[in-house]
Structure formats: structure tokens, C-alpha cells
Design a protein around this ligand. Structure first.
Ligand code: ZN
Length: 88
């Protein structure tokens, strides 16, 4: 059975009261600017894994370590509540 990954958030700014992300307030301008900021932010949002996943770490000696299951991630958000990345 697929389990959901536990997500922690690390934010530059406190969340908006309405729960919306600041980038969601932007208007799509893809008509004049293919892949505008808003769509870029949206794609990053959608890249956050929702289910647990398996990884193999690269060890210091350059070898690949044993497979492990990632059950928790931390999403790092910028000043637009945009996803800068996620770590585990
Ligand atoms: Zn757009």
C-alpha cells in the first residue's frame, strides 16, 4: 500500500490567513511570456512528492548505499511561498 509522505514546511514568510500561496495571486502571462512565473511556481508546487519514495544515497567513497524509504520531507519556500526545493 502506498503511504503518504509527511511534509514539513520551512517558510521565509508567515502563511497568508486565507491559506493561499502568494504565487497563486499572480496572473498567468503565458500569452506574452511562455512559462511565466506563475506557471513556473505551479510546476514546482506539483513536483512535491506526495507518496513515500525510495532512494539510494551516494556515499562518501562514491559507492551507492542501500535503498531506504523516505517518509518525511521538508519543503523550502521562498518569499512568494514558492517551492525552492525539498529535502529529506
Ligand atoms: Zn502562465
Amino acid at each position: 500500500m502506498v503511504k503518504l509522505v509527511e511534509v514539513k514546511e520551512e517558510r521565509k514568510k508567515t502563511p497568508r490567513k486565507d491559506g493561499k500561496k502568494r504565487w497563486e495571486m499572480l496572473t498567468c502571462t503565458c500569452d506574452s511570456d511562455p512559462l511565466c512565473n506563475r506557471c513556473d511556481f505551479e510546476a514546482a508546487e506539483n513536483s512535491i512528492p506526495t507518496n513515500e519514495f525510495k532512494v539510494k544515497d551516494l556515499l562518501d567513497d562514491g559507492k551507492v548505499g542501500p535503498e531506504r524509504t523516505v517518509t518525511k520531507i521538508t519543503v523550502l519556500r521562498g518569499s512568494m511561498d514558492d517551492v525552492i526545493g525539498w529535502v529529506f
